[in-house]
Design a protein around this ligand. Structure first.
Ligand code: GLA
Ligand code: ZN
Length: 674
């Protein structure tokens, strides 16, 4: 009775006496588990000495769980090198930008370009793949664990420096081209031979922005390549088993599109209460990025199920685990695996709590998990084969994010005064609060034709491909919305030679006459033009202001105060059959909401349910119809009008129409009948 949604926990049998395992398996089975992830940090137990293997314990654990109908995802254990590798080859440890070696005795301390580490990784992965390819309980593999975690993305060891030089050589072909592409004549840093090249070291603001960007690209590629060596081995020996990696949502130091490409599916480590600035929109956005990397259902591979340490995130309130679990499915996940089954008594994650506490006694969190599994079982047949369909997309490009981060770095993270996700989050939040589903698209590789509107938040870097893509999209009738700095640089991170917005001046029908940063708390006010945006409203803007000079475009908002008083701050331009909107400042949330409302009305973009504070509504669709998920993240009950639709509540079996009531921290899952 395995349901189509994965459901289970990250389990570490190696942390517990074998006598306990049957009880764990029994409790898991009673909680409706069908999947566990095992072994992702167990290299030292599987290969205690070089080329000596012990699979017996793992075979036993997999067998025991399999006997209860619980399948296994195996982690390749390379995220944590065993001490014997480090002893034999101290050079596997990463070097940071100051020449300091990463510490031994922990995880994520190794270099992706170290030949010893690559060889050892290949061997353990091959041994495991050969050992488990015929084990019917093993359904797939998670490669390594959270690439980039613990700020492990950069390494300055000799192997990396050499590989960087080769990477540059392959890309730029000649030193002349490299020097030019990176503007290295600035401060007289042109290279005369390849072995003079050194990766930019901190402080990055004192180095070439272009070489900095190349270094980021190279580092990201290094991890993608390291992952690929493992993917290849599993594909060769166990092509019938699936391959995934656990991604970290809005982590942005690696190119997640590239990392996701060779995998069967993306999985997501979801800690909604972990990061200090976590908010509902950002959490939802992380899910949508995960879904969008492959435009297909993903899994939640780690979902917080207890307090994360004690000062970082308190214990989840009653109902929270259920909300996060259903939220994952609602946003496109085909199931959830919790981190972790039982809180560990030792190790540096002693206070990273799981479903069970240290004593292994099932309590409130266990009951909540069990209850969710019963609900998932009810909805699974309806959810099977469905996915989230969006009419709106947001362009996401990691090169751009890195370029913006590098600029933010220049003035102690205060030049635009923003985090590089912020322009994206501004757009996303408006869509989110209006219950408008959104995909993320890679403007370098994806056709955007199916979307009614596309946001391109501060796409500062532009190349031929992206330019063509954006223009073709609008020409054919799309609505494109851009924010400050769009088109300001070329793909080498060099500022364009023409009036801004560079290659996109014709698309937006404007040039930018002047711009200014707005340091500190300085604000400017803009007023929207009713004829264009459907309503007149005043909005505060911060960080950055561009004075727009319309050519073909018309003004959709004007500055009210400050240097640019009376001048256009937002413009709208007809281009082919579509519309290109340029926003020259970072506006308040109410402005973006007004824009979202205008889009829904003027361009007939559908909302899943009307707006209500605390409500998160999404929809999954398939050949069998639509399922609406309505989640109330507020403590207070809320009510929303169904807009004439009739639903069947999949949890109660009852019909729902008229006004929907959702209790505080509760949810409804509704099949659309009419
Ligand atoms: C990450 C890791 C896990 C664990 C958790 C702690 O997501 O993948 O191994 O360290 O964090 O919450
Ligand atoms: Zn290295």
């Amino acid at each position: 009775m395995i349901m189509s949604l994965v459901f289970g926990a990250d389990y570490y049998p190696e942390h517990w006496p074998e006598e306990r395992w049957p009880k764990d398996a029994e409790l898991m089975s009673r909680a409706g588990f069908n999947t566990v992830r095992l072994a992702e940090f167990a290299w030292s137990k599987i290969e205690p000495r070089e080329d000596e293997y012990d699979f017996e314990w793992l075979d036993k654990a997999i067998g025991l769980l399999g006997g209860k109908g619980i399948r296994t995802i195996l982690g390749t254990p390379t995220a944590a090198p065993p001490p014997w590798i480090v002893k034999a080859h101290p050079d596997v440890l990463r070097l940071d930008g100051y020449g300091r070696r990463a510490a031994e005795g922990t995880r994520k301390n190794y270099c992706p370009n170290n030949p010893h580490y690559i060889e050892h990784s290949k061997r353990i992965v091959e041994k495991m793949a050969l050992h488990y390819r015929d084990n019917r309980s093993v359904i797939g593999w998670q490669i390594d664990n959270e690439f980039g975690c613990h700020a492990s993305e950069l390494c300055y060891c000799e192997d990396c420096v050499k590989a960087f030089r080769e990477w540059l050589k392959r890309k730029h072909q000649s030193l002349e081209k490299l020097n030019k592409a990176c503007g290295l004549i600035f401060w007289g840093q042109e290279y005369g031979s390849w072995d003079e090249i050194c990766p930019p070291r901190p402080p990055f603001s004192m180095q070439s922005p272009s070489l900095n960007l190349e270094w980021r690209r190279f580092s990201s590629d290094s991890w993608v390549r390291y992952q690929q060596t493992q993917v290849d081995i599993i594909r060769k020996h166990a092509p019938h088993q699936l391959v995934t990696h656990n991604f970290m949502g809005l982590y942005k130091e690696l190119d997640y599109f590239k990392l996701a490409e060779p995998l069967d599916l993306v999985s997501f480590d979801y800690y909604p209460m972990w990061s200090r600035d976590a908010n509902l929109a950002a959490s939802a956005m992380a899910h949508d990025v995960m879904r969008s990397l492959k435009k297909k259902p993903y899994w939640t591979m780690e979902l917080q199920s207890g307090a994360v340490r004690t000062e970082r995130a308190p214990i989840p309130r009653p109902g929270a685990i259920r909300l996060w679990t259903i939220q994952s499915v609602a946003r496109g996940a085909d199931g959830t695996i919790y981190f972790r089954w039982r809180s560990c008594r030792f190790g540096c994650e002693e206070y990273w709590h799981g479903i069970l506490d240290h004593d292994g006694v099932p309590r409130r969190r266990y009951s909540e998990v069990k209850k969710v599994s019963e609900e998932l079982r009810k909805i699974a047949p309806h959810v099977a084969g469905t996915s989230v369909e969006a009419e709106v997309a947001i362009a996401l490009d990691y090169d751009n994010i890195w370029a913006m981060d590098l600029e933010v770095d220049y003035a102690d993270k205060n030049y635009y005064g923003i985090n590089s996700w912020q322009p994206t989050l501004d757009c996303y939040t408006a869509l989110y609060s209006r219950n408008i589903p959104a995909d993320f698209v890679n403007p370098s590789t994806e056709n955007m034709g199916k979307y009614k509107a596309v946001f391109a938040p501060s796409m500062m870097l532009l190349n031929d491909r992206v330019e063509r893509n954006l223009k073709a999209y609008v020409k054919k009738g799309g609505v494109l919305v851009a924010t400050p700095r769009t088109g300001a640089k070329d793909w080498n991170n060099i500022i364009v030679n023409e009036p801004l917005p560079g290659r996109l001046a014709d698309l937006f029908g404007i040039t930018i006459e002047e711009y200014t940063g707005l340091p500190g708390d300085r604000k400017v006010e803009i007023k929207t033009v009713k004829a264009e945006l459907g309503r007149e409203g005043r909005h505060a803007c911060k960080n950055w202001a561009e004075k727009l000079l319309p050519g073909e475009a018309t003004a959709a908002a004007r500055y009210q105060i400050g240097l640019y008083s009376g001048k256009p701050a937002v413009t709208m331009n007809r281009f082919g059959n579509g519309t290109a909107i340029y926003i020259g400042t970072f506006a308040d949330p109410a402005f973006y909401s007004a824009l979202a409302d205008w889009l829904t009305k003027k361009h007939k973009i559908e909302t899943v349910l009307p707006y209500a504070a605390g409500l998160e509504a999404t929809e999954r669709s398939g050949s069998d119809g639509h399922i609406v998920f309505a989640l109330n993240f507020d403590e207070d009950a809320l009510e929303i009008a169904c807009d004439g639709k009739i639903y069947q509540d999949l949890l109660t079996g009852k019909k729902a129409a008229g006004t929907l009531k959702i209790e505080g921290l509760d949810l409804r899952i509704l099949k659309v009948l009419d």
